[in-house]
Each structure stands twice: as structure tokens, then as C-alpha cells.
Design a protein around this ligand. Structure first.
Ligand code: GLU
Length: 275
């Protein structure tokens, strides 16, 4: 049975790009699969109840239905902590005390700093700290994130890949994202860890999301292998772009579904735009 999900972050109103994502998952689960909804609200500083409420309203307006209960990430922190503890016990993580400024300065100092699909990679400053130095800084109360030692992890798993509906068989290249953050300084988890754990716990068999998140799958596939989780198929769908060719984004002022609705757009018209 196909199980899909739509996993918005309640930090803004949904726009047509979200509608396409939700519709892709909804349609892929038809006629007899399950379509789930997950609220990705681990970033408690940005998540707001009114945005969450609007997600339900907008999806209902689009004519979508989903299985209950809805999983709200902020209620499942213990699941992410357990996964993190497992990776820690495998010796695959390290504390990172760097600020954004430290990282930018280090990258500026080394012009050959490796870059990945999402920009310059973490230059590994804290990977080389001694155990004593780590202990000293933790005891001194310095804030730290937890990073994955990706080279060590890849050495443990060997080559990996996944099956992508549009791109076929894809070879995973987790090192292309560098030592990603598994737990942020302010939050006991991260997007990569929470998504991977949740997709497994919710029994998702087909992850449908925009191709802007294609690269994230390199890391998710690695985390699945390390945590011995089932491997879903993926469908990284096209993105909706504005007249200037830019991907729709809340931050760039893309019209919200609720604005289109208020301006008189019908459900049928909205659905036709994301067909
Ligand atoms: N929460 C993510 C977002 O709103 C999507 C996560 C995913 O589909 O994997 O961009």
C-alpha cells in the first residue's frame, strides 16, 4: 500500500507551490493508499498556531482529506533524541561550537573550501577538537550543535542509492552536503533527522516533495541506513515559478492560497494550476 505525506512548516501561509506538493502526495496515494499530514514545527521560534490553523483550512479548501492523527513534530522530540543517541553511540557525531560568523570566516580564509549543492560546506573546524577540549567547552557552558561526521558514516555504510519517480535510480552522495547538523544549538533535533525518523515511524513508502529538497535525500538515505530504517521511494516534483522564473517562496512575497481565495479563485481553478 502506498503511504504519502505532506509535511509543511507552519511558519507562513501556504502558496501554490505547497498546493502542488500536497496534491502530488494526495494523488499518488489514490485510490487505496494513505495520505498523511505532518506539521513540521520543530523550529518553535518561527512556528505559529495561526499558520498551522491556516494549513488545515487551505488543504480542506483544495478538497484534500488526510488520515488522522496528524503528527506534530514538537510532540515527538523523544523520538529524535533516541535516534541521535544511537548515532552518538556509533561514534558518528561531534559537538560543534561554531557560530555562523566562525564558519563564514573560516570559509573566507580557505578559498578552496568545498562547496555542495547548497553552498559552502561546513569546513570541519570542530571535527578536529580533542575530547578534552570538547569536555572543557561543554563544561564551560558553551552552546553547541551536534554534527554528523559524514565521511565516517559513509565509510560505515558503503555506497547507497534510492529510487526516484522522475530521475530513476539515484546514487546517494551524502558527502556533497558535508557534516550536516543533526541537533541545533537551540533545538534538540534538525530538519534532516526529524524528517528521516518521522517518515519511517509513519510508514511513508513514497516521499513526495519539491525538487528543491532533492539534495537533502542524499543525507536522509544515509541516516536511514545508519538507523536501519526502511527506505521509501522518492518523487521530487517540479517547482512552481513566478513570471521571473523564481521559485515561489513566502519570503519572496508569493501570494498565499488564502489571498487567491479571497480574490475569488475557486478550488477548481487552484487545482487546475497545479495539475
Ligand atoms: N517541512 C519542509 C518544508 O516545509 C518539507 C519537508 C519535506 O517534505 O521533507 O519545506
Amino acid at each position: 500500500m502506498i503511504v504519502t505525506r505532506f509535511a509543511p512548516s507552519p511558519n507562513g501561509y501556504l502558496h501554490l507551490g505547497h498546493a502542488l506538493s500536497a496534491m502530488t502526495g494526495f494523488r499518488a496515494a489514490r485510490p487505496d493508499g494513505r495520505f498523511l499530514l505532518r506539521i513540521e514545527d520543530i523550529d518553535t521560534a518561527r512556528a505559529r498556531p495561526e499558520f498551522e490553523k491556516a494549513i488545515f483550512e487551505d488543504l480542506a479548501w483544495l478538497g484534500l482529506t488526510w488520515r488522522v492523527p496528524v503528527r506534530r513534530q514538537s510532540e515527538h522530540v523523544a523520538d529524535y533524541e533516541a535516534a541521535l543517541a544511537r548515532l552518538e553511540s556509533m561514534g558518528l557525531t561531534y559537538p560543534c561550537f561554531c557560530t555562523r560568523k566562525d564558519i563564514a570566516a573560516e570559509i573566507a580564509r580557505s578559498p578552496a573550501a568545498p562547496h555542495g549543492p547548497e553552498g559552502a560546506l561546513y569546513p570541519g573546524i570542530c571535527r578536529h577538537l580533542s575530547d578534552g577540549e570538547r569536555r572543557r567547552r561543554i563544561e564551560a557552558g558553551e552552546k553547541f550543535a551536534i554534527r554528523l561526521d559524514v565521511a565516517r558514516a559513509v565509510a560505515m555504510t558503503g555506497p547507497l542509492g534510492w529510487s526516484d519517480r522522475l530521475r530513476g535510480q539515484v546514487a546517494a552522495d551524502p558527502a556533497s552536503l558535508g557534516d550536516v547538523v543533526l541537533a541545533r544549538k537551540d533545538i534538540p533535533t534538525s530538519y534532516h533527522l526529524a524528517v528521516t525518523v518521522d517518515d519511517a515511524l509513519q510508514g511513508v513508502t513514497l516521499v513526495t516533495r519539491g525538487e528543491d529538497l532533492f539534495h537533502a535525500t542524499h543525507i536522509h538515505r544515509l541516516l536511514q541506513e545508519l538507523l536501519q530504517l526502511p527506505v521509501p521511494d522518492y518523487w521530487h516534483h517540479r517547482l512552481i515559478r513566478d513570471a521571473g522564473g523564481m521559485r515561489l517562496a513566502k519570503s519572496k512575497g508569493a501570494p498565499a492560497l488564502r489571498d487567491l481565495r479571497a480574490a475569488g479563485m475557486t478550488t477548481a481553478e487552484a487545482r487546475a494550476l497545479v495539475d
